[in-house]
Design a protein around this ligand. Structure first.
Ligand code: PLP
Length: 431
């Protein structure tokens, strides 16, 4: 095999990583093939116990050789979520009668209750949407804003909470002001003051990202929501990068709106999301979609009538939340932060690597972005996947560009070691 080109060799090595119970088996397996996969027996022990987390990991269908460090983009669902989703789908297709489908409607309400419990709020305040993008847009489209009104946003917001506001400002005549992000993270107090300075008597909404997708900067959500409230403005917290990984309690954060996606850190099915609407302001927002089949309680009766939808995926979302509740949300946050910290420390120690993420837990979540010396980021991204079995994201562009690793509770310490070693190797010898 020595005369094989390196790329071919790499692919073969990668194929070997997948050979046992790997992706090929996954794609050809029947839906029930992963039944019997070990399930999480109970809550995480308070100490770091790698065997417990290895057990958690074995409840996922990813092959052992694949280190998925891309939670900020898309998380895998564990086997029990896939089972719940497929069982429910099969049931609907076996018997599509309204009588049988009532079971999935019941499941949808159970998921609403699980969402409310996981966020520390009431089911009456929960809208089950399709993703964070939709949730954010329901807010910017659903409020009565007009010329003379102002909306304060953060410069490092996702387009669904940035470009969306700008488009709607053009349409409805209100003004968008932007708080610029500062690098390195200047600390929570800096941002509270920066927002305070830009608030005026005309500010109607303060819309910011809890943890940024770019480098994982954590914003002081509770303080910013309180500030907005003091000034008579509504707050929208985009929680796409905190929901399902940080141990959230919205009853303490007190946002008016909070948004998130099931398919990111909660490890739920794709195309499911959440919009929390504080009960204080239910009369302030109008539905952007008006159709049949609303939710059964509170704000979902008006804001969640989207017509026919994939209710089995909502059932699966409930199962994903149940798994997190079993492990414990505080333990999940601790674990993800611990793994992120290992990455920050390991990457910083590599000559030429520039880590963009702050290691202070008051300034970061579980996202680690870095510039891998002068390497071509796209080539490195590909080499990490093809030759090392490491999944991550590229961060193209001039704003703190490079690669992004986002570990989660299904990752193991050994995978952090592999990722750091691989980056060190390519930085030393090129890619
Ligand atoms: C901060 C933030 N908001 C919103 C989104 C959009 O999420 P989705 O694609 O699930 O709608 C993302 C996606 O990465 C994000 O990072």
């Amino acid at each position: 095999m020595t005369n094989q080109p390196p790329a071919d060799r790499s692919r073969r090595e990668f194929a070997r990583l997948f050979a046992f119970g790997g992706s090929a088996a996954l794609f050809t397996a029947s839906a029930g093939a992963w039944r019997g996969t070990p399930q999480v027996a109970g809550p995480a022990p308070s100490s770091t116990d790698e065997r417990y987390w290895a057990g958690v990991r074995s409840g996922f269908v990813m092959p052992e050789g694949l280190a998925c460090l891309n939670a900020a983009n898309l998380c895998p669902s564990p086997a029990r979520v896939l089972d719940a989703y497929f069982d429910s789908t099969r049931s609907v297709d076996r018997d599509p009668s309204p009588q049988n489908r009532q079971k999935t409607r019941t499941g949808r309400e159970a998921t609403r209750r699980a969402l409310a419990a996981s966020l520390g709020v009431t089911p009456e305040e929960i809208v089950i949407t399709r993703n964070t993008s939709e949730s954010n847009n329901f807010v910017s489209s659903g409020l009565d804003l007009k010329a003379g009104d102002e909306v304060l946003i953060f410069s490092d917001n996702h387009p669904s909470n940035h470009a969306a506001w700008r488009q709607k400002a053009e349409r409805f005549g209100f003004l968008v002001r932007t708080i610029e992000r500062v690098h390195p993270h200047p600390g929570p107090d800096y941002y509270v003051e920066a927002f305070r300075r830009q608030l005026t008597a005309r500010t109607r909404v303060v819309a910011f990202t809890h943890v940024t997708a770019s480098v994982g900067d954590l914003l002081p959500a509770a303080e910013l929501c309180a500030l907005a409230r003091e000034h008579g403005a509504l707050s929208l917290v985009d929680g796409a990068q905190s929901f399902g990984v940080l141990d959230l309690d919205l009853s303490k954060m007190e946002p008016d709106f909070f948004t998130g996606s099931a398919h990111k850190w909660p490890c739920g099915p794709k195309e499911c999301g959440v919009l929390f609407v504080n009960r204080r302001i239910h009369d302030r927002i109008r539905p952007s979609i008006v159709s049949l089949y609303p939710g059964e309680v509170g704000i979902s009766r008006t804001m969640e009538a989207f017509g026919q939808r994939d209710e089995p995926s909502i059932v699966g979302f409930g199962e994903a939340l149940a798994l997190q509740a079993t492990i414990g949300r505080a333990a999940i946050e601790r674990r993800a932060r611990e793994l992120a910290q290992v990455l920050v420390t390991g990457l910083r120690a590599i000559d030429g690597v520039r880590v963009w993420t702050d290691d202070d837990p008051n300034r970061s979540g579980a996202i680690v972005s870095f510039q891998p010396a002068g390497l071509d980021v796209r080539k490195l991204h590909q080499a990490l996947y093809e030759s090392e079995g490491i999944v991550c994201a590229t961060r193209p562009g001039s704003d703190r560009g490079g690669l992004r690793f986002s570990p989660h509770f299904y990752n193991l310490h050994a995978e952090m070691g592999r990722a750091i070693d691989a980056v060190r190797k390519y930085v030393a010898r090129g890619v």
